[in-house]
Design a protein around this ligand. Structure first.
Ligand code: SF4
Length: 231
Protein backbone atom coordinates (compact mmCIF):
# COMPACT_ATOMS: atom_id res chain seq x y z
CA UNK A 1 0.00 0.00 0.00
CA UNK A 2 1.47 3.25 -1.08
CA UNK A 3 0.93 6.59 0.56
CA UNK A 4 -0.25 9.30 -1.80
CA UNK A 5 1.40 12.65 -1.36
CA UNK A 6 -0.53 15.73 -2.53
CA UNK A 7 2.01 16.26 -5.27
CA UNK A 8 1.26 12.81 -6.72
CA UNK A 9 -2.52 13.01 -6.91
CA UNK A 10 -4.08 13.18 -10.35
CA UNK A 11 -4.38 16.58 -12.02
CA UNK A 12 -7.76 18.32 -12.08
CA UNK A 13 -10.00 17.30 -14.94
CA UNK A 14 -13.35 18.71 -16.02
CA UNK A 15 -14.56 20.99 -13.26
CA UNK A 16 -17.85 20.19 -11.59
CA UNK A 17 -19.60 22.25 -8.95
CA UNK A 18 -17.73 22.60 -5.68
CA UNK A 19 -14.31 21.12 -6.41
CA UNK A 20 -12.68 19.50 -3.44
CA UNK A 21 -9.38 20.50 -1.92
CA UNK A 22 -7.72 17.15 -1.32
CA UNK A 23 -4.71 16.59 0.92
CA UNK A 24 -4.26 12.90 0.10
CA UNK A 25 -6.07 9.78 -1.10
CA UNK A 26 -4.62 6.42 -0.17
CA UNK A 27 -5.35 2.81 0.66
CA UNK A 28 -4.43 1.50 4.08
CA UNK A 29 -5.85 -0.44 7.02
CA UNK A 30 -8.56 1.27 9.04
CA UNK A 31 -6.95 2.03 12.39
CA UNK A 32 -9.92 3.07 14.52
CA UNK A 33 -13.62 2.59 15.19
CA UNK A 34 -15.59 -0.67 14.90
CA UNK A 35 -14.29 -0.84 11.31
CA UNK A 36 -10.68 -1.16 12.50
CA UNK A 37 -8.53 -3.70 10.74
CA UNK A 38 -10.30 -3.60 7.39
CA UNK A 39 -8.67 -2.39 4.16
CA UNK A 40 -10.02 1.12 3.62
CA UNK A 41 -9.54 3.98 1.20
CA UNK A 42 -8.94 7.31 2.92
CA UNK A 43 -9.89 10.63 1.35
CA UNK A 44 -8.33 13.40 3.40
CA UNK A 45 -9.79 16.84 2.80
CA UNK A 46 -7.76 19.95 3.47
CA UNK A 47 -8.60 22.44 6.20
CA UNK A 48 -9.78 22.55 9.81
CA UNK A 49 -10.70 25.50 11.99
CA UNK A 50 -9.88 23.66 15.21
CA UNK A 51 -6.43 23.24 16.76
CA UNK A 52 -6.54 20.25 19.06
CA UNK A 53 -3.41 20.06 21.22
CA UNK A 54 -2.77 16.43 20.21
CA UNK A 55 -3.68 16.82 16.52
CA UNK A 56 -1.72 14.41 14.33
CA UNK A 57 -2.80 15.78 10.96
CA UNK A 58 -1.67 19.39 11.10
CA UNK A 59 -0.21 18.86 7.63
CA UNK A 60 -3.80 18.84 6.38
CA UNK A 61 -4.59 22.33 7.65
CA UNK A 62 -3.42 24.01 4.45
CA UNK A 63 -1.70 21.54 2.05
CA UNK A 64 -3.84 20.26 -0.78
CA UNK A 65 -4.77 20.30 -4.44
CA UNK A 66 -8.14 21.26 -5.91
CA UNK A 67 -9.69 18.30 -7.70
CA UNK A 68 -12.95 17.79 -9.54
CA UNK A 69 -15.37 15.25 -8.10
CA UNK A 70 -14.89 12.91 -11.07
CA UNK A 71 -11.14 12.89 -10.55
CA UNK A 72 -11.57 11.90 -6.92
CA UNK A 73 -14.04 9.15 -7.84
CA UNK A 74 -11.70 7.76 -10.50
CA UNK A 75 -8.86 7.65 -8.00
CA UNK A 76 -11.02 5.89 -5.42
CA UNK A 77 -12.23 3.35 -7.99
CA UNK A 78 -8.64 2.52 -8.93
CA UNK A 79 -8.03 0.84 -5.54
CA UNK A 80 -10.71 -1.82 -5.92
CA UNK A 81 -11.92 -1.58 -2.29
CA UNK A 82 -15.48 -0.76 -1.29
CA UNK A 83 -14.84 0.78 2.15
CA UNK A 84 -14.06 4.50 2.06
CA UNK A 85 -13.43 6.96 4.87
CA UNK A 86 -13.70 10.69 4.35
CA UNK A 87 -11.52 12.49 6.87
CA UNK A 88 -9.44 15.60 7.33
CA UNK A 89 -8.81 18.11 8.65
CA UNK A 90 -12.49 18.68 9.11
CA UNK A 91 -14.21 17.39 5.97
CA UNK A 92 -17.53 19.08 6.65
CA UNK A 93 -15.91 22.50 6.25
CA UNK A 94 -15.87 21.95 2.46
CA UNK A 95 -19.22 22.28 0.70
CA UNK A 96 -18.16 19.78 -1.96
CA UNK A 97 -18.09 16.96 0.57
CA UNK A 98 -21.87 16.48 0.32
CA UNK A 99 -21.76 15.71 -3.39
CA UNK A 100 -18.80 13.42 -2.73
CA UNK A 101 -20.72 11.43 -0.12
CA UNK A 102 -23.76 11.09 -2.38
CA UNK A 103 -21.62 10.02 -5.32
CA UNK A 104 -19.80 7.37 -3.28
CA UNK A 105 -23.05 6.00 -1.91
CA UNK A 106 -24.49 5.92 -5.41
CA UNK A 107 -21.54 3.80 -6.54
CA UNK A 108 -22.10 1.26 -3.80
CA UNK A 109 -19.35 2.20 -1.35
CA UNK A 110 -19.66 1.83 2.39
CA UNK A 111 -18.82 5.35 3.48
CA UNK A 112 -17.41 6.41 6.84
CA UNK A 113 -17.04 10.05 7.86
CA UNK A 114 -14.62 11.23 10.57
CA UNK A 115 -15.71 14.59 11.91
CA UNK A 116 -14.70 16.80 14.81
CA UNK A 117 -18.14 17.24 16.35
CA UNK A 118 -17.77 20.97 15.85
CA UNK A 119 -19.85 21.07 12.64
CA UNK A 120 -23.57 20.34 12.25
CA UNK A 121 -24.00 16.80 10.83
CA UNK A 122 -27.64 17.26 9.79
CA UNK A 123 -26.86 17.31 6.05
CA UNK A 124 -24.77 14.14 6.07
CA UNK A 125 -26.68 11.40 4.20
CA UNK A 126 -28.12 8.86 6.65
CA UNK A 127 -26.28 5.77 5.24
CA UNK A 128 -22.92 7.44 5.86
CA UNK A 129 -21.53 6.13 9.16
CA UNK A 130 -20.54 9.18 11.15
CA UNK A 131 -17.66 8.82 13.58
CA UNK A 132 -18.04 12.00 15.60
CA UNK A 133 -15.49 13.32 18.09
CA UNK A 134 -16.43 14.66 21.48
CA UNK A 135 -13.66 17.10 22.31
CA UNK A 136 -12.47 16.72 25.90
CA UNK A 137 -10.80 19.57 27.84
CA UNK A 138 -7.29 18.27 27.10
CA UNK A 139 -7.85 18.96 23.41
CA UNK A 140 -8.25 22.68 24.10
CA UNK A 141 -11.35 22.63 21.85
CA UNK A 142 -14.03 21.54 24.33
CA UNK A 143 -16.04 24.71 23.67
CA UNK A 144 -16.53 23.69 20.03
CA UNK A 145 -18.65 20.60 20.77
CA UNK A 146 -22.06 20.83 19.09
CA UNK A 147 -24.21 18.89 21.50
CA UNK A 148 -27.19 19.03 19.14
CA UNK A 149 -25.34 16.59 16.89
CA UNK A 150 -26.33 13.76 19.24
CA UNK A 151 -29.93 14.23 18.06
CA UNK A 152 -28.91 14.22 14.40
CA UNK A 153 -26.83 11.03 14.48
CA UNK A 154 -28.23 7.60 13.62
CA UNK A 155 -28.59 5.40 16.74
CA UNK A 156 -26.96 1.95 16.55
CA UNK A 157 -25.08 3.01 13.43
CA UNK A 158 -23.01 6.10 14.16
CA UNK A 159 -20.13 6.22 16.62
CA UNK A 160 -18.78 8.75 19.12
CA UNK A 161 -15.06 9.02 19.79
CA UNK A 162 -13.46 10.46 22.92
CA UNK A 163 -9.70 11.03 22.84
CA UNK A 164 -8.59 10.90 26.46
CA UNK A 165 -5.44 12.78 27.41
CA UNK A 166 -5.56 12.48 31.20
CA UNK A 167 -7.76 11.64 34.17
CA UNK A 168 -9.67 14.93 33.84
CA UNK A 169 -10.62 14.03 30.27
CA UNK A 170 -11.77 10.61 31.43
CA UNK A 171 -14.11 12.08 34.04
CA UNK A 172 -15.36 14.62 31.52
CA UNK A 173 -16.16 11.87 29.00
CA UNK A 174 -17.98 9.84 31.63
CA UNK A 175 -20.02 12.90 32.53
CA UNK A 176 -20.99 13.55 28.90
CA UNK A 177 -22.14 9.94 28.48
CA UNK A 178 -24.29 10.14 31.60
CA UNK A 179 -25.71 13.60 30.97
CA UNK A 180 -26.79 12.79 27.42
CA UNK A 181 -27.77 9.14 28.08
CA UNK A 182 -25.48 7.92 25.29
CA UNK A 183 -24.83 4.38 26.51
CA UNK A 184 -26.62 1.83 24.33
CA UNK A 185 -27.45 4.47 21.73
CA UNK A 186 -24.13 4.82 19.94
CA UNK A 187 -20.88 2.89 19.99
CA UNK A 188 -18.69 4.87 22.37
CA UNK A 189 -14.99 4.77 21.51
CA UNK A 190 -12.34 5.70 24.09
CA UNK A 191 -8.82 6.31 22.77
CA UNK A 192 -5.79 7.24 24.82
CA UNK A 193 -4.14 10.33 23.34
CA UNK A 194 -1.03 8.98 21.67
CA UNK A 195 2.16 9.78 23.63
CA UNK A 196 0.11 11.60 26.28
CA UNK A 197 -1.67 8.86 28.21
CA UNK A 198 -0.52 5.32 28.83
CA UNK A 199 -3.12 3.02 27.20
CA UNK A 200 -2.96 0.66 30.17
CA UNK A 201 -4.10 3.46 32.49
CA UNK A 202 -7.17 4.10 30.37
CA UNK A 203 -7.93 0.39 30.12
CA UNK A 204 -7.69 0.15 33.91
CA UNK A 205 -10.05 3.09 34.51
CA UNK A 206 -12.64 1.65 32.12
CA UNK A 207 -12.59 -1.81 33.67
CA UNK A 208 -12.70 -0.55 37.25
CA UNK A 209 -15.77 1.53 36.40
CA UNK A 210 -17.33 -1.17 34.17
CA UNK A 211 -17.88 1.61 31.66
CA UNK A 212 -19.91 0.51 28.59
CA UNK A 213 -17.41 1.89 26.11
CA UNK A 214 -15.06 0.37 23.58
CA UNK A 215 -11.36 0.91 24.35
CA UNK A 216 -9.33 1.36 21.19
CA UNK A 217 -5.79 2.08 20.12
CA UNK A 218 -4.97 4.07 17.01
CA UNK A 219 -3.76 0.89 15.37
CA UNK A 220 -1.97 2.58 12.49
CA UNK A 221 0.35 4.41 14.91
CA UNK A 222 1.64 1.11 16.22
CA UNK A 223 2.09 -0.42 12.75
CA UNK A 224 3.88 2.46 11.05
CA UNK A 225 6.21 5.22 12.29
CA UNK A 226 4.18 8.10 13.66
CA UNK A 227 5.49 10.58 11.12
CA UNK A 228 4.35 8.44 8.18
CA UNK A 229 1.74 10.19 6.07
CA UNK A 230 -0.78 8.22 4.08
CA UNK A 231 -1.44 5.71 6.86
S1 SF4 B 1 -10.45 18.47 14.63
FE1 SF4 B 1 -9.09 16.86 13.88
S2 SF4 B 1 -7.89 17.82 12.22
FE2 SF4 B 1 -8.86 19.47 13.38
S3 SF4 B 1 -7.28 20.10 14.86
FE3 SF4 B 1 -8.61 18.58 15.88
S4 SF4 B 1 -7.59 16.59 15.55
FE4 SF4 B 1 -6.69 18.07 14.08
Amino acid sequence: MTAEHPSTVSPMTTTTANPLKINEIYLSVQGESTWAGLPCIFIRLTGCSLRCTWCDTAYAFYEGVDQALDTVLDKVASFGVKLVEITGGEPLEQEGVYALMEALLGRGYQVLLETSGAVDVARVPKPVVKIVDVKCPGSGEEARNQWANFEKMVPHQDELKFVIKDREDYHYAKGVIEKHALAGKFTLLFSSAFEHLNPSDLAEWITVDRLPVRFQLQMHKYIWPTDTKGR
